[in-house]
Ligand binder design. Structure first.
Ligand SMILES: Cc1cc2nc3c(=O)[nH]c(=O)nc-3n(C[C@H](O)[C@H](O)[C@H](O)COP(=O)(O)OP(=O)(O)OC[C@H]3O[C@@H](n4cnc5c(N)ncnc54)[C@H](O)[C@@H]3O)c2cc1C
Length: 313
């Protein structure tokens, strides 16, 4: 079988390295260099386990293990999130990739938010993001300024470097959120060393169908594998692993169901975000215990009362 992967981000590079000993596979990306548009947070346990399968030791790329995530001034103990050098990891993985375009039997859409090779999603929800790279002497925690429709973040990268950014319904709102984050935590408005405008898909996989269209299959953010908080790195890897297993076992017909089942937690989180944004309080409250149970394992220690207070439910 010949496979062409479009997009060499989180999902595409990982899938390539999983597949390369089994089939003829090539990759094509519209960029010359890996895309670094991300705050660089990642759920440690899953990422470590998955990368080990392609011979990568995630620990070699970890920049920091912050102790707290400070959300609207409330300190939450981080359980399982680290900051990794995503750019260096992707640069290293690109070194072994055969970039080319071939006539393939199967095409993979791993183009992330662009979803460039699958049909457009009806009522898609893609939020603009803005991020800068700055230097600040502030204690290394993750700082969040959260509102009902988005949030601003400051992620420490070590050596006083910080990713400061926001995702919201408009770029103007992103800037306003960043301003509030600066006021709240004391991040001065300094010259940035680098900045980018991008976007993140906040829509559950079940609303990102089709996953398979003719001989093209989607993976990662292209099919909505992003948590309710906009965290898509590990979901991209997990969806790529599922796709790999379906391809080598000739079970592509099981792919959609496996994504929906094994990434069900994303469905729950995105449903919660949807209810919360639309002010469907009772429905959102019902989902709250599940969200707390999911995120207490994946990211931060969270109690029902604290979370409820933080989001004003
Ligand atoms: C500002 C920001 C901050 C974020 N912070 C975090 C975070 O801290 N932690 C986290 O877990 N997630 C974060 N995310 C989300 C995360 O980065 C993505 O969900 C994740 O990278 C998705 O992986 P992917 O492989 O599906 O797509 P991507 O990693 O985005 O890769 C897509 C690739 O496709 C290429 N491409 C696009 N169009 C085409 C085309 N037409 N032809 C060929 N190639 C194409 C792109 O160049 C890119 O290399 C953030 C997102 C943004 C925008």
């Amino acid at each position: 079988m010949k496979i062409q992967i479009y997009g060499a981000g989180m999902a595409g590079t990982f899938l390539y390295h999983l597949l390369r000993n089994d089939v003829e596979v090539r990759v094509s990306d519209k960029r010359e260099m890996p895309d670094c548009r991300c705050a660089w947070g990642i759920e440690y346990t899953d990422a470590k386990r998955l990368y080990k399968e392609i011979g990568v030791n995630l620990d070699d790329y970890i920049l920091l293990k912050p102790k707290y995530s400070v959300v609207n001034g409330v300190y939450l103990k981080i359980k399982n999130v680290v900051i990794f050098d995503k750019k260096r990891l992707l640069v290293d993985l690109w070194k072994d990739i055969e970039f080319d375009k071939i006539d393939a039997d199967l095409y993979i859409d791993a183009t992330g938010v662009a979803r460039a090779f699958l049909p457009k999603i009806e009522n898609d929800r893609v939020l603009p993001t803005f991020q800068t790279l700055e230097r600040h002497e502030i204690e290394d925690n993750i700082y969040i300024y959260l509102t009902k429709t988005g949030y601003a973040w400051a992620f420490p990268l070590g050596d006083n470097k910080w990713h400061i950014g926001a995702g919201e319904f408009s770029l103007d709102n992103c800037m306003e959120l960043i301003r509030k984050l600066r006021d709240k935590y004391g991040f001065e408005d300094k010259n940035s060393e680098c900045k980018c405008v991008s976007a993140v898909r906040i829509l559950q996989p079940s609303k990102c169908k089709p996953f398979v269209y003719r001989n093209t299959v989607g993976v990662g953010e292209a099919i909505g594998c992003v948590s309710g908080a906009g965290e898509g790195n590990v979901p991209a890897l997990r969806s790529a692993k599922i796709l790999y297993e379906c391809i080598v076992n000739d079970k592509l017909d099981e792919y959609e169901n496996r994504i929906l089942k094994e990434l069900e937690w994303i469905e729950i989180e995105q449903k919660f975000v949807d209810d919360y944004m639309k002010n469907k309080k009772i429905s959102a409250l019902r989902l709250l215990p599940k969200i707390i149970s999911i995120e207490s394992k994946r990211s931060v220690e969270l109690s029902f009362t604290t979370f409820r207070k933080l989001i004003g439910l």
